[in-house]
Design a protein around this ligand. Structure first.
Ligand code: HEC
Length: 156
C-alpha cells in the first residue's frame, strides 16, 4: 500500500514534468557561456526521461529494461552536472525558475543535489530488469524532483 502510494505520487510528479516538457514555451538554445540555458535544457531532458519512465510505469509504453536504464542514466547524468550551473550573481533571469533559496541556502541546495546524485546512481546501478523493480527504483529517484522544486524553484 505504502509503496503503491509512493508510485502514484511519482507518476503525478512525472505527469507534471511531462506536461511541463510537452507544452513548453521555455525552449532555449543551449549556450555554453550561459549556465541558465544549460540548466534549463538539462532539466528538460530530465523531464523527457521522466516522461518515458512514467509511460512505462502507467503501462502506456511497454516496459523495456534498456529504455528504463536510458531514463535512469539520463537523469543521473543531469544530477552529476547540476552543481556548477548556479553561479552567484545570476540570480535574476526572467527565463529561469530557479529560486532565491538556491543562493540563500547554498549548503542546503548542494545537499539536495548530492542526494539526487546518490539516489539516481543507486537506481542506475540496480539496473532494474522488471517493471516492478523499476517502479521501486524510480520511486526513490522521483521523490527528489518534488523535494527540490518545492524549496528551490519559483513560479514565473
Ligand atoms: C537538486 C534540485 C533539483 C532536483 C532534484 C530536480 N530539479 Fe528540476 N529543476 C530544478 C531547478 C532549480 C529548476 C529551475 C532551473 C532554471 O529555470 O534555472 C528546475 C526545473 C525543472 C524543469 C523545468 C525546465 C524548464 O523548462 O524551464 C523540469 C521539467 C524539471 N525541473 C524536472 C525535474 C524532474 C522530473 C526531476 C526529478 C527526476 C527534477 N526536475 C529534479 C532543481 C531540481
Amino acid at each position: 500500500m505504502k509503496s503503491s502510494m509512493r508510485i502514484l505520487a511519482v507518476i503525478t510528479t512525472a505527469t507534471f514534468a511531462v506536461s511541463a516538457y510537452a507544452g513548453n514555451h521555455n525552449l532555449v538554445t543551449a549556450d555554453v557561456n550561459d549556465p541558465v540555458t544549460l540548466r534549463i535544457n538539462m532539466m528538460q531532458n530530465v523531464g523527457a526521461a521522466t516522461g518515458l519512465a512514467a509511460g512505462m510505469m502507467k503501462g502506456e509504453i511497454p516496459f523495456d529494461p534498456l529504455a528504463a536504464q536510458a531514463a535512469l542514466t539520463t537523469i543521473n547524468t543531469a544530477a552529476l552536472g547540476l552543481s556548477g550551473l548556479f553561479p552567484a550573481g545570476m540570480e535574476e533571469n526572467m527565463r529561469s525558475t530557479a529560486g532565491p533559496a538556491i543562493w540563500a541556502d547554498a549548503a542546503g541546495f548542494n545537499s539536495a543535489i548530492a542526494k539526487f546524485i546518490a539516489d539516481s546512481d543507486a537506481a542506475k546501478m540496480s539496473a532494474p530488469a522488471t517493471l516492478e523493480d523499476f517502479q521501486a527504483a524510480f520511486a526513490v529517484v522521483g521523490e527528489n524532483c518534488k523535494a527540490c522544486h518545492r524549496t528551490y524553484r519559483i513560479k514565473r
